[in-house]
Design a binder for this molecule. Structure first.
Ligand SMILES: Cc1cc2nc3c(=O)[nH]c(=O)nc-3n(C[C@H](O)[C@H](O)[C@H](O)COP(=O)(O)OP(=O)(O)OC[C@H]3O[C@@H](n4cnc5c(N)ncnc54)[C@H](O)[C@@H]3O)c2cc1C
Length: 484
């Protein structure tokens, strides 16, 4: 599992090749945000990026930034939201222990959106009102989470907060978003060394991080950081040992989303100087049953024939609960009226059934179980309220034979996952030790730090890029201030 070296003292450094105020490690969305803000705060910055150019997984992403509170985009599209409303939703849906950071993120999301646009990231002024995982063209704003899902719709007024950078049919929005951020970075002349992977940290006798050890084309590079080292190395998705230890089921049956260099180096660098981790078992996995949205009008049951989740839940929330069912197994049952093949997740069609009894036998669920579930569901639909799971009334319709069943089990469909855990930090991105004390001189931002949502049930698309870039800016400014 160990892919980085143990931390060493300055005495072990043969000589500094570079001395700067702030070292930023990794040039994805979080790293470029940190570097730009540190540079603009007057710090001498050096970015070290292991790949031959910037972008990271951010450039491969859909480019959705979760923001709100009344952003310019929301206002331009007539969407009502406020920082209080956004906070009420995020507080209810996530279990982050860092309430102060969550509150500040909601308070500053409006300004952060303006900042992204000022860097050249383009968000089209169009609202998508349907249910989709992502929309590449034609809409800059869509609902990407559980805002309309019970119980959250009762806690906060639902508002679309998925701010999606404009892509094209061929390209997800993350690529143009990162091109814009990197163009600004180049224009401002922030220095960077590419093909340069950080393999170890240097700390002084007080335990403060004062530099890094990197490798470039087989040569050692030692960089002294007077103000701080900002780790922005992305997730540990591609480290098979770390994912297997953290969330064994999805790691075993699913596929990681990310790029090869998302191998957990950041988390391990932090741990090498006493950094604590948070939420390492958290994972957002996805094999969405929608689109088409009509499929949400079906029901999802486990192998005991029981429903266990409102079917209109965000796809990551649904996946979270599928994983917790016996044998990680679940089925989507639809009838003729709404039948269609799910576009995502490669869910296999099990069969069509003329009667509920045949379906129970075909799926191997206890006799009578599906009859009871469907009877109760159809009674609730007639009543206009899903008393069991509170699926929103838009998606309620009675289900009648003949039925068609899709297998959506973790063990048989293609679930793709992103780790949510990482280093524990404070509101400025300073890495924290187990006792909550900060590790002086060390910051972690983006996906190598713990997210606000700590489980897939809490996530909404955009909750990595939105908070990650916001936290990057904060850490960059804080580290720049520390060097003075
Ligand atoms: C297909 C896909 C779609 C997604 N869609 C979305 C979305 O729409 N919205 C959202 O919020 N999230 C999305 N995600 C997740 C999101 O892309 C990532 O969580 C996010 O980009 C992380 O940003 P980051 O800056 O922390 O890391 P990254 O963008 O991965 O950047 C990390 C950089 O650090 C470099 N690096 C790693 N180790 C070292 C080292 N030791 N030394 C030097 N450099 C190093 C890497 O090469 C990389 O360039 C998606 C992910 C994928 C793969």
């Amino acid at each position: 599992m160990g892919i980085v070296d143990a931390a060493i003292g300055p005495d072990g450094v043969p000589g500094w090749d570079h001395e700067v105020d702030v070292v930023v490690v990794g040039l994805g969305a979080a790293g470029v945000s940190a570097a730009l803000e540190a540079h603009r705060a007057g710090a001498e910055v050096l970015v070290l990026e292991r790949a031959s150019g910037g972008g990271g997984a951010s450039a491969a992403s859909e480019g959705i930034f979760y923001l709100g509170g009344g952003t310019t985009l929301q206002r331009d599209l007539g969407v009502e939201d406020s920082p209080d409303n956004m906070y009420a939703f995020m507080r209810a849906v996530t279990t982050t222990p860092d309430d102060g950071a969550l509150r500040l993120f909601c308070d500053q999301a409006v300004e952060h959106f303006d900042w992204l646009e000022a860097q050249g990231v383009h968000f089209e002024r169009a609202l998508f009102t349907g249910k989709a995982v992502a929309v590449r063209t034609g809409a800059g704003l869509l609902t990407t989470g559980n805002e309309k899902v019970w119980p959250f719709r009762e806690v906060a007024t639902p508002a679309p907060r998925g701010h999606q950078a404009e892509g094209s049919e061929q390209e997800r929005g993350g690529a143009p978003a990162m091109r814009a951020l990197l163009a600004t970075f180049e224009r401002e002349g922030v220095p960077a060394l590419y093909d340069t992977g950080v393999v170890g940290l240097v700390r002084n006798s007080d335990g403060a991080v004062v530099g890094v050890h990197a490798r470039r084309h087989g040569t050692d590079v030692w960089v002294r950081a007077r103000g701080g080292v900002v780790l922005a190395t992305g997730s540990f998705n591609l480290n098979a040992e770390m994912t297997a230890a953290s969330f064994p089921t999805f790691a075993k049956y699913g596929q990681p989303l990310g790029i090869d260099t998302n191998d957990g180096a950041g988390v391990q660098l932090g741990q090498s100087v006493g950094g604590a981790t948070r939420g390492m078992d958290g994972v957002i996995a996805t094999a969405s049953i929608y689109p088409p949205a009509e499929l949400i009008k079906g029901i999802v049951v486990n192998n005991r024939g029981e429903r266990f989740v409102p079917e209109d839940a965000y796809h990551g929330r649904l996946a979270h609960f599928v994983e917790r069912q016996p044998d990680h197994q679940a089925f989507l049952i639809v009838d003729e009226e709404i039948f269609a093949y799910p576009e995502k997740g490669s869910h296999k069609l099990v069969d069509g059934y003329e009667t509920v009894a045949e379906m129970e036998e075909g799926l191997g669920v206890p006799a009578g179980a599906l009859t009871a579930t469907l009877d109760e569901y159809n009674r609730d639909v007639a009543d206009g309220e899903d008393h069991a799971f509170h699926k929103y009334h838009d998606w309620l319709k009675p289900l009648h034979p003949p039925f068609v069943v899709f297998d959506i089990s973790v063990t048989s469909s293609d679930y793709h996952y992103i780790a949510l855990g990482g280093l524990a930090t404070d509101v400025d991105g300073r890495v924290q030790a187990d006792d909550g004390a900060t590790v002086d001189g060390l910051y972690a931002v983006g996906a190598c730090a713990a997210h606000f949502p700590l489980q897939g049930s809490e996530y909404a698309s955009g909750m990595s890029l939105g908070p990650g870039s916001w936290w990057g800016r904060r850490a960059g400014r804080h580290a720049a201030g520390r060097s003075r």
